[in-house]
Design a protein around this ligand. Sequence first.
Ligand SMILES: [Zn+2]
Ligand SMILES: [Zn+2]
Length: 264
Amino acid sequence: MIIRVLGCHGSELTVVDGKGGTHECRTCGFLVNEICMVDAGSVSAGLQEIEQGKIRHVLLSHAHFDHIKGLPLLADNLVGRVQNGPVKIRALSEVLDDLRRHIFNDVVFPDFTRLPTVNSAPLAYHAFDEEKAFTFDNLEVTAVRVNHIVPTVGFIVRQGDSALLYSGDTSETRRIWEVAAREPRLKAAFIETSFPNDLRDLAKVSGHLTPEMFAREFAKLGRPDLPVYIYHLKPSYRHVIAAELKRLNLPNLHVLEEDQVVRI
Ligand SMILES: [Zn+2]
Ligand SMILES: [Zn+2]
């Protein structure tokens, strides 16, 4: 699998990078094999028109704005030029209901599952069930409920003899670690860590992790050597969180950056 990082932060901000330059933090969007977005916080800002046209599927972990922000503009860019059927938005039915009601409701934005016509619309909703694997375009996906403040899943995404774990937004949780620990093909984990250790109370109340909490969660997997890619850092705290993560001394821990490409 080839994972292209379009955005990997918990918000958007241009930050100083420590080398005299700046770095543009964008919200979470990961492009897998050019055809499947995992979350859609960043889509249209990071991709050219031809690249956006290749996207066939979007896996949504939940309905929070920083994970869906790119969807309305992706739909807008595709409308009127749909050739191979709509982009399939795959999520829990509760999440799809929220998109229908609050985003594509003909008020905030048009219902792009029906515009310009039902047969030529750029988006279609496809609900998945928890812990029931589904397949498309050589990928096999299992969604597992995690512990956030709205209905949220993480994913196990498999292709051939490789699999990755994507945590979604989560605080302390159990089930997804059990499912991932039983995955024989697991080659990498993408795990959220949003706040520094001294903002533990804020992390808890907003359903996120700090580096200390991440370390306890990751230990549940029983694979301390597994390559782990940290994402969803709140940009204002990026340097503090990265320093706290480094002190965990995990051998294969990486803090993701925009435009990075990960191959597993
Ligand atoms: Zn988020
Ligand atoms: Zn969230």
